[in-house]
Write a protein that binds this ligand. Structure first.
Ligand SMILES: [Zn+2]
Length: 128
């Protein structure tokens, strides 16, 4: 699987990683409009944050987790409301902090970054 990323729900710019460093972000896993899980940290380029052991990780055969790869993949692509009320709501951490709590919990599904978070420039200091 190649690198990919999202456009931030706050500023509309992409969330970037260069494979070594990533911009600070908040990722919310949304299923049918409800928050299933949320992580914060440096974007890893593959839909999670550096150091997280569960969020979007491939789990051993036979194991499942509401925020593992299988369930997040299902939310993003495999449900009738994928891309609308199921998927990932992504933010830069600073953008998330700037908006009121009501907006943080709107759970608007983010658009995919056409530059995959990697191409077209590395992480920016203002988001580190
Ligand atoms: Zn932003």
């Amino acid at each position: 699987m190649g690198v990919f990323s999202y456009l931030c729900n706050g500023c509309g710019s992409n969330i970037r990683s260069n494979g070594f460093e990533g911009e600070q972000c908040v990722l919310q896993h949304i299923r049918h409009g409800e928050l299933i899980g949320q992580v914060e940290g440096a974007y890893d380029g593959w839909g999670s944050v550096v150091g997280d052991k569960v969020f979007r990780r491939y789990l051993p055969a036979g194991e499942d987790h509401p925020n593992g790869q299988r369930q997040i993949g299902l939310s993003e692509l495999g449900l009738p409301d994928s891309g609308k009320r199921s998927g990932i709501a992504a933010w830069h951490k600073v953008c998330f902090a700037k908006v009121p709590a009501a907006q943080q919990s709107e759970y608007r599904i983010s658009r995919m970054d056409p530059k995959q978070g990697y191409f077209g420039g590395g992480p920016r200091p203002e988001f580190m």
